[in-house]
Design a protein around this ligand. Structure first.
Ligand code: ARG
Length: 458
């Protein structure tokens, strides 16, 4: 009555509604290459332990390889009635090579098969993302060289705070991406454990060799406990979080650039190739690319939320709920990969509006903290120095001038240690040069960092 590979005990065909509702091949076909690779490794192992003859193994391996080529070429018709990518491939194999194909599923279940395929897929995805993130890091480091010497106002609370080198600003994003790459590498270690061979949930009575399969598929080890293994989606959640973290980093960068492109800021010009226009306002050049990078973070965060909620309260071993994991992971991967890919030429191609930035750099008393630290270095307690310089800033605000425009008499009246040497630390250029601490925006230290990153990213 049922044409399903699992239909032996069934007396009715599957209802059309359930068939449509439960199929996954419409999206898990993306696992086909991993499924074939995993099945080939499984077949080779079955032959090595004497379950298949050498001839049977070769028939299976060749049949699978041909199916793989056909799928890659778009010449394979997936059938919804066969539920998922695993049963589609196995059924067609059997239709072609006959009963030998019916031996392939020995000692395994779709529960360990899907987990194996998914881990292989995520492993490839991680490697691809690492490559994309590294390219974006390179673009930021390149900018650090292009914009050497440019000083930007640094903000806290979106209020002007202290001056920073543009190179220092760009390297901040290089660091964030570096941590993302470390997280990818760390996630990869836990992804890279073989579940295959845990079979349905309890293992198998067939004398399989899991280590052999792990070696062939380049897994670092085998998952130890079969019950844990068939229920475990930690690796998918972790990957979902790493993708979310990358997205969050990109969204902050995007937000800054959206602001920088405004007339009010006027800090940045995006190339026309990376702007879009308005259908009604002829003058508009909108930063839609960066806005969408900011916006797409929402779906990546949503996907992670869905994954977390999916596994909440699930009992041990396989439950069909787990089929819902793949679309969320695929979508987050596609989204973040596209964002990284788009961000790279934008970062490389944008131009700082140096004149605008320089014209406004003296606004906001960016050198006030440096002057305070000058007094502290001369021996004045921090709280006292803070108050004194605060008063001087107040005076300058009333006069609508810079600290450097105040008369020497005004400085010495505020504190006797404020002699004409103060002019040596005032102004953003001198303020930037006065920084000393490791990790600060001090030009020599920043230049060292740029050099170090160039070496690291070659
Ligand atoms: N399509 C299923 C999934 O993605 C494969 C595993 C199905 N296992 C089962 N016992 N029905 O999770």
């Amino acid at each position: 009555m049922s044409d399903k590979p699992w239909g032996g005990a069934f007396e009715q065909p599957t209802d059309q509604l359930l068939e449509k509702f439960s199929e996954s091949v419409s999206f898990d076909h993306r696992l086909y290459a991993q499924d074939i690779r995993g099945s080939i490794a499984h077949a080779r192992m079955l032959a090595a332990v004497g379950v298949l003859t050498g001839e049977e193994r070769d028939q299976i391996v060749e049949g699978l390889a041909t199916i793989g080529e056909e799928i890659a070429a778009g010449q394979f018709a997936f059938r919804t009635s066969l539920e998922d990518v695993h049963m589609n491939i196995e059924r067609v194999l059997t239709e072609r090579i006959g009963d030998v194909g019916r031996k392939l599923h020995t000692g395994r279940s779709r529960n360990d098969q899907v987990s194996t395929d998914f881990r292989l897929w995520i492993r490839d995805a991680i490697d691809h993302l690492d490559h994309l993130a590294k390219n974006l890091q390179r673009a930021f480091v390149h900018r650090a060289t292009l914009d050497e010497g440019v000083i930007l106002p640094g903000y806290t609370h979106m209020q002007r705070a202290q001056p920073v080198l543009a190179a220092h600003y760009w390297l901040a994003y290089v660091e964030k991406l570096e941590r993302d790459r470390q997280r990818l590498a760390d996630c990869r270690r836990r992804v890279n454990q073989l579940p295959l061979g845990t079979a349905a949930l309890a293992g198998t009575t067939i004398p399989i060799n899991r280590q052999m399969v792990a070696d062939e598929l380049e897994f670092e080890g085998v998952v130890a406990n079969s019950l844990d293994s068939s229920s475990d989606r930690d690796f998918a959640l972790e990957f979902g979080f790493v993708l979310t973290q990358i997205s969050l980093h990109l969204s902050g960068w995007a937000e800054e650039w959206i602001l920088w492109c405004t007339t009010e800021f006027g800090f940045l010009k995006l190339p026309d190739a990376f702007c879009t226009g308005s259908s009604i306002m002829p003058q508009k050049k909108n930063p839609d690319g960066v806005e969408l990078i900011r916006g797409k973070t929402a779906r990546v965060v949503g996907n992670l939320q869905a994954l977390i909620t999916l596994v909440k309260g699930l009992p041990l071993a396989y439950n069909r709920d787990l089929q819902e994991d793949k679309e969320r992971v695929f979508d987050s991967f596609d989204t973040v990969a596209a964002c990284l890919e788009l961000a790279t030429p934008m970062v490389a191609g944008a131009e700082l509006q140096r004149e605008n930035i320089a014209a406004g750099i003296d606004r906001g008393y960016l050198d006030a903290t440096t002057l305070m630290e000058y007094l502290i270095t001369a021996g004045v307690p921090q709280r006292t120095a803070h108050e004194l310089i605060g008063k001087l800033v107040g005076t300058a605000m009333k006069k609508n001038c810079r600290l450097a425009d105040l008369d020497l008499a005004e400085f010495t009246a505020a504190h006797e240690l404020l002699d004409d040497n103060v002019y040596e630390v005032l102004g953003v250029r001198r303020a930037v040069e006065a920084f000393k601490s490791l990790g600060s925006t001090n030009p020599a230290l920043v230049a060292e960092q740029v050099e170090a990153w160039k070496q690291r990213l070659t």
